[in-house]
Write a protein that binds this ligand. Sequence first.
Ligand code: AMP
Length: 393
Amino acid sequence: MTRAAGNHGPAAAGDAPLLPGARLGVLGGGQLGMMFATAARRMGYRVDVFSDVADCPAARHCDRLHVVRFDDPAALVEAAVGLDALTFEFENVSAAAASALADRTRVRPDPAILHTVQDRGREKAFLVQHGFPVVPHALIRDRGDLEHAAVRLGLPAVLKTAAFGYDGKGQRRVGSRADLEAAWSDLGPGELVLEAWVDFAAELSVVAARGADGAIAPFAPVHNRHRNHVLDLTTAPAPLPRAVQDEAQRLAAAILGSLGYVGVGCVEFFLLGDGRLLVNEIAPRPHNSGHLTVEACACSQFEQQVRAVCGLPLGSPRQLAPAAMANLLGDCWAGGEPDWAAALAVPGVSLTLYGKSAPRPGRKMGHLTAVAATAAEAEAAVIAARDRACRRA
Ligand code: AMP
């Protein structure tokens, strides 16, 4: 494995650790930014949040909020004066803006990594080039490419926009040749990726922290269930053979190592029926499937992000109890305010709400976690709590 991207900017690997009292910035004010800010402030750091909207989840949890456009490098650089380090909570930041910021402050992970993984085409090219197993796919630039790719990969398949996709946005399942036209007119023109449909046995992910010194601390793989392409449930430990779990951790560590990654990242996998793993995608930030680390692990994914960005020793990713997480989408508000008291009456359950005002269907509003004696019990508890909250019980 080689290092595809190095650290650059004024503060490269080996710089003095940033200690509590330093000022950390996070680009993005969503729930991941909120939980990063909470962890950092608990540890004594000051936190600046950069968001393109004032009413964002992180706004109430930071020391300073900068409302700026992510495609305006000059405004970002001006707002970042005085920061000791900067990290991201989402990947859709323009590479030009991230590089301009890296010329002035310590940016983790490196903007070159962001550039690689924020585009499905570049991400897959990186993975293929380094020998990592990926879903069979083709890059699509025009309608002709799509026709050829559909023949080569076969149908069903999934058409995805190369950039700015998340939570199932910007993707369409193509079941037959008749669907090609509709998918193209929905998502084209522009760079797209057609992926073969994977009839997976399970989906899992590994969240891992990597320090500037190359130290790596992967959390145990978690088992994910999606609904409408959006994460619904996560359970840990994953009910999967030890060999599969070890291989997932090995691949995640090798991918972050190959990227020269510093920070917290997540690698999502499809597990095939024959035991092989395929990399679905890389998230250059903490991940929804790692939320249960807050309640269940010695050191959460957000504290690990603080430690990695600041050049401190990584914490222990050890899981202290079996756990599960259920997402709360805006749909849960369809019958009015959810019944939180009923949900929290379920033993072992914790509630995290992101403070978003408009509970639109499909919008991530919060999540429930549960710790229990077994992963199956934890999963039953979060499902029961969610059913009660959303008045489905
Ligand atoms: P993504 O945003 O690419 O991670 O896709 C979100 C979810 O959609 C995945 O976690 C899967 O559940 C499903 N999905 C995406 N791509 C495929 C595929 N090629 N085959 C089967 N399911 C997929």
